[in-house]
Design a protein around this ligand. Structure first.
Ligand SMILES: CC(C)(COP(=O)(O)OP(=O)(O)OC[C@H]1O[C@@H](n2cnc3c(N)ncnc32)[C@H](O)[C@@H]1OP(=O)(O)O)[C@@H](O)C(=O)NCCC(=O)NCCS
Length: 326
């Protein structure tokens, strides 16, 4: 069976660091609370002139370079984002233009924190059917633009960041072994931005009511996240007939260190096989998994032949998993 795999990765983080001490100056919180309840010590914040597409282009260039693929070879660009440059056109159109890629197919995908894995799964279908050879998948979020810095339950968690992967044909045994995507709209009101869409267009009133900011029911989400991440991990492992103990690296979405620890324990994966960078970058939504992936690839933590399990969970709610051999 032919397979699709990741040929190169790249990441781009804004330079500005917001520490927990900075958060203490904004809201009634403490480094101790944030660290023990989430595992986060600092996160990045984009400057006023940085955009989702600019950082995406930086990350994409690094991924293309590692893959040895020219932008002119791209058949498809998928940008996973819930914080696009503009409502119209798609951020992927700006990425295509900025990279100097040909007029290939390019579109955005909105699956929140699960978006990069959804994008990878879509890319895999295009590659396996021969519709595309090289696909750029970007996970890009500038969530700071939607954060209410007077709401302590959300502002301490999220950070900005972008990362990309270039997917293409892989030679077995390397490549994607199993993938799953799920959405359950019954939990749509657990994490959302009330205004700015067709349901509640922007108005002076929506701005005054702070309805353009992220609202989150963190406690309820926590339980759904642990359950979904465990379930989807088991499903992809079962599909590929691999045991949790056989995997070399587990990259869960970086939502909360306590979620990661709970899922790891339930799966029976040993702590040293789990990658976590939440202390340094916080929750970067759809950029979370590809940033981890890029750090693991560039540091040598992920080596050729390794079995890597990735599992994500996000607003929608959405959840997904991918098992691949590097
Ligand atoms: C958001 C989250 C960190 C909150 O942690 P928690 O342990 O569940 O905390 P709770 O929401 O139960 O709040 C407990 C108390 O801490 C307070 N609190 C919330 N944020 C705080 C902060 N930054 N600093 C200090 N206290 C805070 C609450 O007001 C509450 O106080 P009360 O008991 O006086 O009402 C946690 O629920 C979480 O990570 N959920 C999942 C979120 C997620 O995954 N979201 C994205 C999906 S991709």
């Amino acid at each position: 069976m032919p397979r699709a795999g990741i040929l190169g990765t790249g990441a781009a983080l804004p330079e500005k660091v917001i520490t927990n001490a900075d958060m203490e100056k904004l809201v009634d919180t403490s480094d101790e609370w944030i660290t023990t309840r989430t595992g986060i010590k600092e996160r990045r914040q984009a400057g006023p002139h940085e955009t989702t597409s600019q950082l995406s282009i930086q990350a994409a260039r690094k991924a293309l370079e590692m893959a040895g693929v020219s932008p002119t070879d791209l058949d498809l660009i998928i940008c996973s984002t819930i914080s696009p440059d503009m409502p119209l056109p798609s951020t992927s159109a700006f990425i295509q233009r900025g990279l100097g890629a040909p007029a290939c197919c390019a579109f955005d995908l909105a699956a929140a924190c699960s978006g990069f894995l959804f994008g990878m799964t879509v890319a895999e279908q295009f590659i396996l059917t021969g519709k595309a050879k090289y696909v750029l998948v970007v996970g890009a979020e500038l969530l700071s633009r939607y954060i209410d810095y007077s709401d302590r339950s959300t502002c301490v968690i999220f950070g900005d960041g972008v990362a990309a992967g270039v997917l293409g044909p892989a030679t077995p045994p390397s490549g994607i072994l199993a993938a799953e995507m799920h959405t359950e709209g019954a939990f749509a009101d657990h994490l959302y931005i009330p205004a700015g869409g067709t349901r509640k267009p922007a108005s002076c009133e929506t701005v005054r009511a702070r309805e353009h900011y992220i609202k989150m029911r963190g406690n309820e989400l926590f339980k759904v996240a642990v359950r979904s991440l465990e379930e989807v991990s088991r499903r992809v492992l079962d599909k590929a007939q691999v045991s949790a103990q056989q995997i070399d690296l587990f990259i869960p979405h970086q939502a909360n260190q306590r979620i990661t620890d709970a899922v790891r324990e339930r799966l029976g994966v040993s702590a040293e096989k789990v990658y976590s960078n939440i202390a340094r970058v916080g929750n970067t939504s759809s950029a979370s998994i590809p940033i981890c992936l890029d750090e693991c690839v560039r540091s040598g933590r992920l080596k050729k032949g390794d079995l890597v399990l990735m599992a994500a969970f996000g607003a929608g709610v959405t959840w997904g998993g991918i098992l691949m051999r590097w």
